[in-house]
Design a protein around this ligand. Sequence first.
Ligand SMILES: [Zn+2]
Length: 349
Amino acid sequence: MATMRVAELPGIGEALRIAHREIPVPGPGDVLVQVQACGVCGSDLFLQDGGFLLQRDGTFSAEGFPIVPGHEAAGVVHTLGEGVEDLTVGQQVAIYYIDPRAGTSWSSSGRPQLDPGIQRMGVDVDGAFAEYVVRPARTLIPSPVPMNPASLAVLTDAVATPFHALTTRGHLSAGETLLVLGVGGLGSNAVQIGKLLGARVIAVSRSDRGLDLAMSLGADHVVRSGPDVAREVAALCANGEPEVVIQCAGSPQADELAIQLAGRGGRILLVAVARAAFSALSADLIWRELSVLACCRFTPEEIKTVIQLHVDGKLRTDHLITQLRPLEEANEALADLRSGRVLRTVLVP
Ligand SMILES: [Zn+2]
């Protein structure tokens, strides 16, 4: 029996462990993908902490373990299941980690990621911290040209998430001022997408690395987060902007700062998930007519768009793929992310 290595999460709060499993056989409509690269994302920490299983009453439902994480992946088509005709063995693909149900109103309205019946690779079913993964053919996106697998992987989430937020949700337009809170795996890409869309970009980060990275990705101004951040941002916004604030820092303080700093009539895009509530005064939202827009995931079309923008040289991934590790170092990758030592690690099984 042919086996493969996976890095599996045995339970909430536990370390990943390497396990050997039988290489799965693709069923009808499915494809066995040989994983070339899989990004390690904040959502993987959220999974490890039990965040996806948190119930409304504050308890955890601890079903479904062990699970193999990994939702930001690229690979090569290895074996086609019965009836799969539009892919070929050896073809490089990005994986849309969501399996959208066909025929639902969510799919037909172009928002498959909101379907409550979706199954998420690396969250609900085993993911790509593995040498192989079986996925429905409809979730695979062929790369238009041969690509660096690590780049292709991070485009499917780290880049696609802020792209969805700034375009589909935020309708950021040329000439508007965009304020980016947090310059990590998501915020760094919000900076470069903001510039691509023609906005003036102000980036806020607590670290020198974040401030330097934002400048290198084209930010017009950078501000260090701290007690003076509101005053410093206001000094850069003489006309009452920013029109759009994107929250990529994942804390209730950042949620509240986003609301505080948005200009009148502004749109606030919540992208990074915080694990605690923020507070807001309705009057503060109403008098300034603020729109607080939550931004959930992305669509396959958005992944195709960011892949093409990267191929065309308009979006960078080099800052996301400096750290490559083998599957055996998945715990180190999670620890690096948790401590903020790295922007992102890409596992190369
Ligand atoms: Zn992710």
